[in-house]
Design a protein around this ligand. Structure first.
Ligand SMILES: [Zn+2]
Length: 434
């Protein structure tokens, strides 16, 4: 039995794939890295732990098994709201067509990638557009960084490298942290991780899991983007939480609405991981903690946010309001991923009792890709539906007073579920009159 994820080194991955093909390896525990493009012939069973987020991914993952013989597919639902929705409404999955990808071709990072790949194939004329877009400014940026040159009124690609190799199918920005095992006389690279996840998973003192084995992070060199680890055998895992704040940079539409107003626009998300906990396996006892000294991470993207009218929140009281808002953020993010047909991990959600920008209790659902790909505007358009669906999700949950599945982490605060429902339904009631 082996582990597998995209961050493993290519040679290591090829070796695991070959082992699966020739029967040397009988089972592999994998992220969605094995979902596409790899024929692993004789696999007979696929067990999906949690809904992959999209109908297309679910069929892809189930389809890894049974290419040569009969097969069985098992879906194990977690307590996440999305999984609970799927098992309660199996028709949603079984009778819908796979989703269409939503992409914004004008996203600056995507546009730059497309332009580089195009320029590699053929030179650009001076006034030439890419689709409808004027790309002359981008071409000048490429000229400055040495990847393009201008000659006789035409632009040429001037690097040796094939630009498409730098472009990932699932991820927009590069710059990963390299993970290095230092236990052998010659240190070896065992994987890499994106720089937004690294502060919470590869901070100094973290226990990092690689193919089921535990590694202790001794040092994280943030400037060099390198994490140095050695294998350990301990009875705990580490859990770090980042505090996240939102700053609105530009409002494209809104605010409009009464008790709950909607807006969408450009936002700056700042995330700072400052401490971690050590948690014992099985008993989940907290057996220690430590500080994290890392610079804050910022993400420029687009988001959709809702603000709560003063009359509504003064009635709730601060603690109840906070728990209720967290519930709104949690349920909204999950129903949004269903409506947008995206992976819940494509979205982040933040609840703030008092936002620095709106000065009101605010819930922001943002896109985790720099620049955004168009989800925020869609959420703004779907505003009323999203709030109604989120209210239904929380109301239909069989728990009495709120649980991690419907309202998320602050479910133990008294009155959290009813506060969340009150916020969400204040919205839908007002939605009917808007
Ligand atoms: Zn619940």
């Amino acid at each position: 039995v082996r582990g597998y994820r995209a961050g493993y080194l290519p040679l290591h991955r090829r070796e695991i794939e070959a082992g699966l093909r020739d029967g040397e390896i009988t089972a592999v525990v994998s992220t969605n890295a094995l979902e596409l493009g790899i024929d692993i012939g004789s696999l007979q069973a696929a067990v999906l732990v949690g809904y992959p987020g999209t109908i297309a991914s679910t069929w892809q993952q189930l389809g890894r098994a049974g290419r040569r013989s009969g097969s069985v597919g098992v879906f194990v639902a977690s307590s996440s709201p999305l999984d609970q929705f799927i098992v309660r409404h199996p028709d949603y999955f079984l009778s819908s067509d796979p989703e269409e990808g939503l992409i914004d071709p004008d996203n600056l990072l995507l546009l730059a990638g497309h332009l580089q790949a195009g320029l590699f194939e053929l030179p650009f004329e001076a006034e030439e557009r890419l689709g409808r877009t004027d790309v002359s400014d981008l071409l000048r940026v490429f000229e400055e960084d040495g990847s393009a040159t201008r000659s006789a009124g035409r632009w040429f690609w001037s690097r040796q490298a094939f630009p498409a190799e730098e472009i990932h199918l699932r991820r927009i920005a590069a710059d990963n942290v390299v993970i290095i095992d230092t236990s052998q006389p010659r240190p070896s690279v065992i994987g890499e991780m994106d720089q937004f996840s690294a502060p919470v998973l590869l901070h100094e003192g973290a226990v990092y899991l690689h193919e089921g084995a535990q590694f202790h992070v001794d040092r994280l060199d943030w400037d060099e983007k390198k994490a140095y680890l050695h294998p350990v055998d301990v009875d705990y895992y580490t859990d770090a939480l980042a505090s996240v704040t939102v700053q609105v940079l530009d409002t494209f539409a809104g605010p409009d609405g009464e008790a709950i107003a909607r807006s969408h626009g450009e936002v700056k998300i700042t995330s700072l991981a400052s401490m971690f906990k050590k948690i014992r396996f099985h008993t989940h006892e907290n057996i220690g903690s430590g500080p994290i000294h890392l610079p804050e991470q910022t993400l420029h993207t687009t988001g959709y946010w809702i603000t709560v009218d003063e009359e509504l929140w003064t009635a709730l009281g601060r603690e109840t309001l906070e728990a209720g808002l967290q519930g709104v953020a949690h349920s909204l993010r999950h129903v949004a991923s269903i409506r947008l047909m995206c992976d819940p991990r494509d979205l982040g959600a933040v609840a703030e009792v008092r936002s620095a920008t709106t000065r009101l209790p605010t819930v922001t659902v943002y896109e985790v890709y720099p620049g955004g790909v168009g989800y925020s505007q869609r959420m703004y358009e779907l505003h009323h539906d999203l709030l109604e669906n989120a209210a239904a999700l929380v109301r239909e949950c069989p728990c009495l007073a709120g649980c991690p599945s419907c309202i998320g982490p602050l479910h133990l605060v008294e009155g959290a579920k009813s506060a969340c429902l009150r916020l969400l339904s204040a919205t839908s009631a007002s939605a009917l009159t808007v």
